[in-house]
Design a binder for this molecule. Sequence first.
Ligand SMILES: NC(=O)c1ccc[n+]([C@@H]2O[C@H](COP(=O)([O-])OP(=O)(O)OC[C@H]3O[C@@H](n4cnc5c(N)ncnc54)[C@H](O)[C@@H]3O)[C@@H](O)[C@H]2O)c1
Length: 446
Amino acid sequence: MGTEEQGGQKTASTIAPATGKLGVMVIGLGAVATTMIAGVEAIRRGLAKPIGSLTQMGTIRLGKRTDNKSPLIKDFVPLANLNDVVFTGWDIFADNVYEAAAHAEVLDEKMLAQLKPYLEKIKPLPAVFDQYYVKRLNGTHVKKGKNKRDLADQVVADIRAFKKTVDRVVMIWCASTEIFIEPTAVHQSIEAFEKGLENNDIAIAPSQIYAYAALSEGVPFANGAPGLTVDVPAMIELSKKNAAPICGKDFKTGQTLLKTVLAPALKARLLGVSGWFSTNILGNRDGEVLDDPQSFKSKEESKLGSLEYIFQPELYPDLYKNLYHKIRINYYPPRGDDKEAWDNIDIFGWLGYPMQIKVNFLCRDSILAAPIALDLVLFLDLAKRTPSLRSIGIQEWLSFYLKSPQTAAGLYPEHDLFIQSMKLKNTLRHIMGADLITHLGLEYYD
Ligand SMILES: NC(=O)c1ccc[n+]([C@@H]2O[C@H](COP(=O)([O-])OP(=O)(O)OC[C@H]3O[C@@H](n4cnc5c(N)ncnc54)[C@H](O)[C@@H]3O)[C@@H](O)[C@H]2O)c1
């Protein structure tokens, strides 16, 4: 039970409880998705801890610092219990989740062997795929249809069949990065989009066919990749119309996570930045897909935005106007999923004296992404059950997890991780009718 401010009065509003099974439909059963699914099962069996997951391990402070009240988030808001989560998904390869996880080589053989009987039961449905949108892949396990409308109808049929076995459904895109697409007329309204499906409009990518099917069925949709997908007026309209919350784009995992921590620190202290060079080597299938210039362009756009918004060069021209920001991703097979990222940051301080910061992050891509995918799914399900969130479309409070957060038209995105974290937690306090925390704190000195 939560309360909401309405015309100055607190009125009770009910968040529907998370009873029954939550069905999670994952598009793309690759490294991230299989690491999430196997991880959830390992956690359910007590084999490992949900490290990196705010919904599972995070706490939220309520009231004054002197109240000493910081419950677990999952005890404060009604989230689906991991034991009630059921997975299914689509992929362009027919491998079951055990085979796909073994191929991804993120989790060790010993862990996978223990989970094998569960994982091998999850077999992908045939995907909506067209090589035009992901040049480096050639799928064999794909749907055939007379046009894009027919393919969307087939995804709707998949959703309806799954809905019969669970109580609620959420969808998440964990599939490969599609080529860079700019919005066109076909994306401007539901009507134009539906015509485009009939006419096989080239500006409608497979990710948008899944998203259209999900939103038409009232199913929330998260976009873990940098594609346009739900970031167009037609999808936002559909999301609001059918009370199907959306969020995107692109999981904020390694390099960008650190960027959105370091940049706010430099800006808070008014230290200037003349250059920020970010490079990566990675050898998994994602790296192979991103080796294609058109898929890389999608990723580059998504990674570039953060500094521009955090530094606000229009407000601080002396500090950031001449910032040179460069991003490189190099496909380097020997490293597999173990990405290595380097950042060289050229900064300057008092009287313009230059300094340098070097960051070398040896991370594991999917180990960082899996808890984000899980949290997004659980929070979107919460949003769908929350009267004040379910019909607003974009869930900007989930920006915390995303490299290129989707926002309302005309609104610049918040990239600073700590602002994002505060926004997320205050949203949870708000929907539960708890006092928001402003960090003013003068009351302690009365
Ligand atoms: N740290 C991270 O790992 C990270 C961070 C941000 C974003 N991402 C994004 O998440 C996505 C998944 O990353 P990954 O490392 O798991 O990649 P992956 O290549 O291991 O998995 C992607 C899977 O999607 C499948 N696929 C491609 N097109 C499809 C379609 N139309 N329908 C269904 N399946 C399709 C592929 O066959 C593959 O199994 C990528 O777009 C990646 O850029 C990952």
